[in-house]
Design a protein around this ligand. Structure first.
Ligand code: PLP
Length: 475
């Protein structure tokens, strides 16, 4: 009955995760239907030859997210009302790669996660899980203006292949100045490599710095796309706990060669890496020769006081690679981000970028230079900081009003999301039933996540819908 479930013991993905993905995929692709009875945890554990606790943890997560429900004494069933993601993601069943094509996948190809992307929300559903900026507030007129300016005449600098593989020179200069004033990053323009957002920055780091089998340490919970990326490159992943001071030094090993860290606003927990911990981490990296990847994805949004300066500014002899993105301060579809690398790494990174996609789109880079230079970016960030602060406060107010002591909000007053823990159980199922899209933090953990912990994005949803969404959760 559950032939669709394949457990790959050589995969870096934990077994619990594989079981979770297997069921989710089977439900989303219509192999299993609402109301179908599925094997009990004991039966599945036996069939797959895994421990029952592993299956229980995967089933708990699926229940929490509204895919499965259990009826006392009768067993486990596919939920009658599935999360809204399901209706529009229903696709043809995944075919076995070996039968659908003669091409054999590389190791990299085989390691790629089978995760189904989330669907856009259905009408009537309140989406509390969006982690995007408020793109409806983006000053489109200004952007159109700077783009049009460069579209008036065809110039070879913007329309032909470019030799500026590490980025359009004026943009590298603009970024270096922006980072110096806003994040105390110490660099010159030639250390800035413009890329297609953080995701490509991480991909180039993996290509240039990591061999299969090398150990990469990642925050746990942490950024799932970084974890998937390093796993696909064949790295050995080392989970590192996150405390109220940020990443825990106790979990780093002497064999760790690269550490991915989000010091300003840990993703997803929202804590900031304390100054003492930053110094400890830098000293450790200096003594072990490990490379620190400082992922500073949303540091511009801090609502009480300034953030600590970037870790890169304290690096001394340690190798710190600073990664920034315009996804949160402008819009994610722009796909422009940057790395700031130590001088010795500029050439390998520029070569890797050239080989990967020659260079980032020159037209958008040129428009971005004007947008920054004329002060539109700084102004937009100031406006959004004000808006997000209000939306964050409204979210916390609504949660406190409806849940009182039964909810706790984690992390600093920063960023575009909150992590909340509910003491009341089964909030995930309730959210699905009441037409609220709510995302559990489970996919950010290497192993079992705390129950009833969710991530709430408040930046891309207006205040009225935030209040209504939280009210629905509580009703
Ligand atoms: C930790 C982290 N880094 C980076 C990003 C942004 O990714 P990108 O720049 O590829 O859009 C995100 C987005 O949520 C994130 O959470």
């Amino acid at each position: 009955m559950h032939a669709a479930m394949v457990i790959d013991r050589r995969s870096p993905a934990p077994l619990q995760r594989q079981i979770y993905d297997g069921w989710r995929q089977a439900i989303l692709t219509g192999q299993w239907h609402p109301g179908d009875r599925i094997p009990s945890t004991r039966e599945l554990a036996e069939d797959l030859g895994v421990s029952r606790t592993t299956v229980v943890a995967a089933y708990d997560q699926l229940m929490g997210e509204g895919y499965l429900e259990s009826t006392r004494g009768r067993g486990m069933f596919v939920c009658h009302q599935l999360p809204d993601a399901m209706s529009s993601v229903r696709t043809v069943p995944r075919e076995d790669a070996a039968t659908s094509t003669a091409a054999r996948l590389s190791r990299y190809g085989r390691r790629l996660d089978a995760k189904v992307s989330r669907s856009p929300g259905e009408s009537g559903v309140i989406n509390l899980s969006k982690l995007s900026p408020a793109i409806d507030r983006f000053p489109l007129q200004r952007w159109r203006g700077v783009l049009n300016r460069h579209l008036r005449t065809v110039t070879s600098a913007l329309f032909d292949y470019s030799e500026q593989v590490a980025g359009y020179e004026p943009l590298r200069t603009e970024i270096a100045a922006y980072l110096a004033r806003s994040r105390a990053v110490q660099c010159t323009a030639d250390q800035v490599i413009v890329v297609n957002s953080s995701q490509q920055a991480l991909d180039l780091c993996a290509r240039v710095l990591v061999n299969p089998g090398d150990e990469v340490a990642l925050e746990n919970p942490g950024y799932d796309r970084a974890r998937e990326l390093f796993a696909a490159h064949g790295a050995k992943l080392r989970p590192v706990r996150v405390t109220s001071d940020g990443l825990s030094m106790d979990d780093l090993g002497r064999s760790t060669s690269v550490v991915h860290v989000t010091p300003s606003h840990q993703f997803p927990m929202g804590v900031s890496l304390s100054l003492a911990r930053r110094i400890e981490l830098i000293d450790w990296a200096t003594s072990t020769n490990a490379v620190l990847l400082e992922d500073d994805y949303d540091s511009e949004f801090r609502y009480h006081g300034p953030p600590l300066p970037a870790m890169q500014s304290l690096a001394g002899r340690a190798s710190v690679i600073y990664i920034g993105t315009f996804s949160k301060v402008m819009f994610p579809g722009l796909r422009i981000g940057y790395l700031v690398v130590p001088r010795a790494l500029v050439t390998p990174f520029a070569r890797a970028k050239r080989l990967s996609d020659r260079h980032t789109v020159m037209l958008s880079q040129a428009a971005l230079v004007d947008f920054m230079h004329e002060g539109h970016l700084d102004r937009h960030i100031r406006h959004m900081r004000r808006l997000y602060r209000i939306r964050r406060e409204v979210t916390i107010e609504a949660l406190t009003r409806h849940f009182g002591e039964d909810v706790s909000v984690q992390g600093e007053a920063a960023g575009l999301h909150l992590v909340v823990r509910f003491r009341a159980g089964r909030i995930g199922t309730r959210a699905t039933r009441r037409g609220v899209e709510l995302m559990s933090t489970a996919s950010y953990y290497f192993s079992a996540a705390p129950r009833d912990e969710f991530i709430i994005g408040f930046s891309a949803i207006d205040e009225r819908h935030i209040r209504e969404g939280v009210k629905r959760l509580a009703s």
